[in-house]
Every structure is written in structure tokens, then in C-alpha cells.
Design a protein around this ligand. Sequence first.
Ligand SMILES: [Zn+2]
Length: 277
Amino acid sequence: MIDTHCHLNFKAFKDDADEVIKRAHDAGVTRIINVGSQWDTSARGVSMAEEREGLYAAIALHPIHLYEQEVDEEETHFTTRAEVFDYDKYKKLALESKKVVAIGECGLDYYHFPKGENIEEVKKKQADSFQQHIDLATELNLPLIIHCREAYDDLFQILNEAVKAGKLPGRGVNHCFLGTREQAKKFLDLGFYLSFTGIITFKNASPELLEVVKETPLDKIMVETDAPYLAPHPYRGKRNEPAYVVEVANKIAELKEVDFKIVLDMTTKNAEYLFTI
Ligand SMILES: [Zn+2]
């Protein structure tokens, strides 16, 4: 299996990343895509990938890192550092390693607005940064890993225009999809994949989200952990890790009433195709 989105490059794994990778291998998760959220974690993801077989990297500046702000959620609390997206610097990093397989995670986040900032300006800054990521993915012919939170309308507008302009030949994936059926359809119509996390295993998972899993064709689905966040049931509340991606695939098999092996094969093939790995 492939965990298509996790963050072994984050502090949460600084002491035991290799043990975590070993546990993933033992669980059959032999390939892992480490996703960056700013310069430091992007660069670290690339060097980790260079040192280890089966590890790949995606690089980008996440929209919540455009401003310094406190992020406080059920499973995490941290202060982000402000960064401006440096196109050439990220481009150079991508070109330095064949293990860089995507640009991401990037996109729009209207859930975490920095306090005291003008909302329209924040939105504009996020859109500008996202646009640059689209251009970089286009120039390097890499797929995009999209983060979108409560910003689907604006995101689709940007993506539609990009695709119409011939950009993003490699398309991409909406990671940790949490949208509606209609939003799911829009991604699929644009040629994007949907990827699901442990959220679909939660006892209080939204019925519409589970419907989306049921209705999305298996050849458009990928699985991920988003570790260290979003540990699936029965590990909810603990630090998540790539080995647990099996729980996500299990839940998809259950919802779609198909064999686990079919989910495993299809989601792996999809990831191999999208990320050329
Ligand atoms: Zn993530």
C-alpha cells in the first residue's frame, strides 16, 4: 500500500521516524509520500526521501503558513511561522531530487483566518500563492496535492481557469476530502482524484462524506493518513502513523462492499499513476 499523504518530516516524528517507517513496512505500507507545508518541512521531506527507499516527497507552502498565527484544534496546537512562497527556491528544490513527486500541500484555507487581518486581503494572498503553486506544478509537469478548507467555491474558480488555460497537465488530488457530493463531482470532472483519511472511520463521520466514498469510482480514490494528525478509529486521539492507512482502506472496502484486496490494488495503482512512482 501507499500512504499518499503524511508528515514524517514534522517534529512529531523527530525521534522515531525510522521505527515508524519499519512499522509501516511490516503492515504492508511500503511506500510513503511525505508532504511539506513550508520551506523547512519541504526540504526535510526531500532529504528524508533521498536517504530512504520507498519514501517520496511533495513540496509547497501551505496557506496557513502565509501568516503567523496560532492553530488550535482537537488534536493539535501550534504556532505557524509566516513565509512568502519563493517560486525559484522551491523549483530548485524540486529539480534537485527525483523523489519529489508532487507540488503540495497547497490551496485555500478559510477555516484558519489569522486574527486581526483583513479577510479579503488574506484571501487574495492565499489565491496568489496557490496560483504560483499551480504554475510551478505546470512548469515541472507534477501533480498538485490540494488542501481546501471551507473555500471550495474560490478554489474551483481558480482550478477551472487553470485547466481551461491548459495548465496542470498532471492534475492532482484533493487530499483529506471533506466536501459535499457536488464538490466531489466537480473535482472528478476536472480530472482530479479524491483522497480520504481516517476521518471516514470516525463514529461521527458525516453521512454525506460516507456517501461520497460509496459513489466515487475506485479508480479515482486514494488513501492517506495525514499523520501525525487524524488517527483512524480505533487509534483516534493518538499520534497517527502510516501503518494505520490500512484502516482507511478497510473502511472504504466496507462502505463499497468490495474485497479489501480490490481497494488495496486500485488505490495503489491510482497513486502509482498520479505520482509516477
Ligand atoms: Zn497534510
